[in-house]
Design a protein around this ligand. Sequence first.
Ligand code: SF4
Length: 228
Amino acid sequence: MDDIVTTAPEPSAPASTPSPDWRPLDPAKFRDPMVTAKGERRASVRLTALRTLWFNTGTLCNITCRNCYIESSPRNDRLAYLSLAEAILYLDEIARDGLPTEEIGFTGGEPFMNPELIAMLEICLARGFKVLVLTNAMRPMQRLTAPLADLNRRLGAGLTIRVSLDHYTREVHEAERGRRSWEKTIAGIEFLARIRRGSCSSPRWMRGSTSPRSPKRAGGSCTNRPTR
Ligand code: SF4
């Protein structure tokens, strides 16, 4: 089996205004996926089993964060939307090859901007996978109140929605994500708490956090599964 090699993306200018110390990455770093600019073999990890399959739903996002790993924005559509038909091909491959995959993750861009996301979540959950969605919980998710609540009612036991907060203060969070982003994300978290009511009365926060209004660290998640 081939080694899996992690390489950085092609260097390019940042989507938002660059900070004063921003410098373009040296293209020489990315000439060879197996060898570094210094001529050393790149670090790699051998794949032993596909436990988690991540889908990237596309690079479009409703906001433009300063340090987004993939430079997502409302205009960056370099990575086109993943379709339901494409996702099914991979799920069928897992079944055909008997892979020990337990979890399907969805990230973007903002996954809820993908018009087929709910259908993709549905089929993954219906096939018995645990599902994890990373989201900013803003308008794209909140527009889907009814279908998301319905999905949660029927198949929510396997569904985890993880909301990105960059800090427990509005100031630091908005310095990264833009003005008025805090309130919209908190509204999304409150929506998730409401649709989970019955199985959980408020979002369950990752270890070290307390509540949606004062999480001690980023990455709170609302889930029907117990968290550590
Ligand atoms: S919300 Fe996430 S995907 Fe969108 S710009 Fe920010 S970090 Fe990138």
